[in-house]
Design a protein around this ligand. Sequence first.
Ligand code: NAD
Ligand code: DAU
Length: 341
Amino acid sequence: MRILITGGAGFIGSNFIRYMRSSHPEDQIVNIDALTYAGNLDNLRDVDAKQYAFVKADITNANEIEPLVEQGFDVIVNFAAESHVDRSILDPSAFVRTNVMGTQVLLDAAKKYGVKKFVQVSTDEVYGTLAPDDDAFTETTPIQPNSPYSASKASADLIVRAYHETYGMDVNITRCSNNYGPYQFPEKLIPLMIINALEDKPLPVYGDGQQVRDWLHVWDHCAGIDLVMRQGKGGEVYNIGGNNERTNLDIVRTVLKYLGKPESLIRHIADRPGHDRRYAIDARKIRAELGWKPRYTFESGISETIEWYLNHREWWVAVRDGTYRNYYEKMYGARLGESRF
Ligand code: NAD
Ligand code: DAU
């Protein structure tokens, strides 16, 4: 199989390439990535060049994308995106450009050059938020995104669906819950809390910290995408999630306990605007139709992840360059200064 992966230098994409190399070494992979702040070729340093190539390209630029897709692929798996909700609140424009327009550029190229399958890696955030007693999101839950990030992902999902309905393209959309694992950029909750705790810095918890996320180890997400790519029925959406609902405060306390650090490092700061209260995924469809099941429990996955950050200090020190420090100051400086709780 010849597979074009976009965004393969980011967190999930780089884990997916590693997953593919170990589970299907015969497949050929081309990884295209614009190497934004979140894209890092260090994430792929251990990937063998055999059957694998990297090309720096921007999915919003048809002049860069079309000659690549013309080389002929069985599948495109689109991971490339602006992925951080907080950044989308600061500036939505890059989110609309990459997540919406970039997806459409890829779909056009896939249609033009006869790519057999298009897999859109989407998110449970397109469904919006749940009340404590609501049932988990199913594939038929109405789309009701609340942040510029989730609205841009929902828009992309609708465009992908339209290319199936209008042009008969074989597409799938996967909607996964919160991922964690190695190589996650430390703007996201779990790596940020691990690294701050290791450095005895304050752990910034938004609002009361009782928001709930449904955590899945990235390797289990990759296994789900692989199954969808090979066996997914054309035009179908598949939810992926591991039944691991935890409050943010639980997560932060778990990290502190594992590292032997005091809870006095926790700081409740001003909440994220439009903050979704709870996500929960009903993954019965992918389990029943494609036989997917997660390999990790939350306990095994979080311990392995914390150990990975303990053993890869050079990786996270390097990614926290000047750009990261500017972002951190902009996002947390004033809020930590005026801790309200
Ligand atoms: P990430 O931010 O770590 O990586 C995104 C990658 O896309 C980076 O390598 C970046 O350089 C690349 N990219 C950005 N704009 C690009 C462009 N215009 N052209 C080419 N490459 C570009 O994100 P992630 O956490 O790995 O998420 C990957 C995908 O999975 C996203 O589509 C995201 O919406 C989705 N997703 C993420 C999660 C999660 O918990 N992280 C959960 C469900 C779905
Ligand atoms: O659900 C899937 C989504 O999960 C993906 O589509 C997104 O790409 C991914 O970023 C993630 O979105 P969240 O907004 O849920 O993840 P984040 O790690 O930013 O935040 C998780 C929760 O922790 C959320 O309730 C906000 C809270 N939080 C986050 C940070 C960074 C804090 O309390 N403090 C923080 O410093």
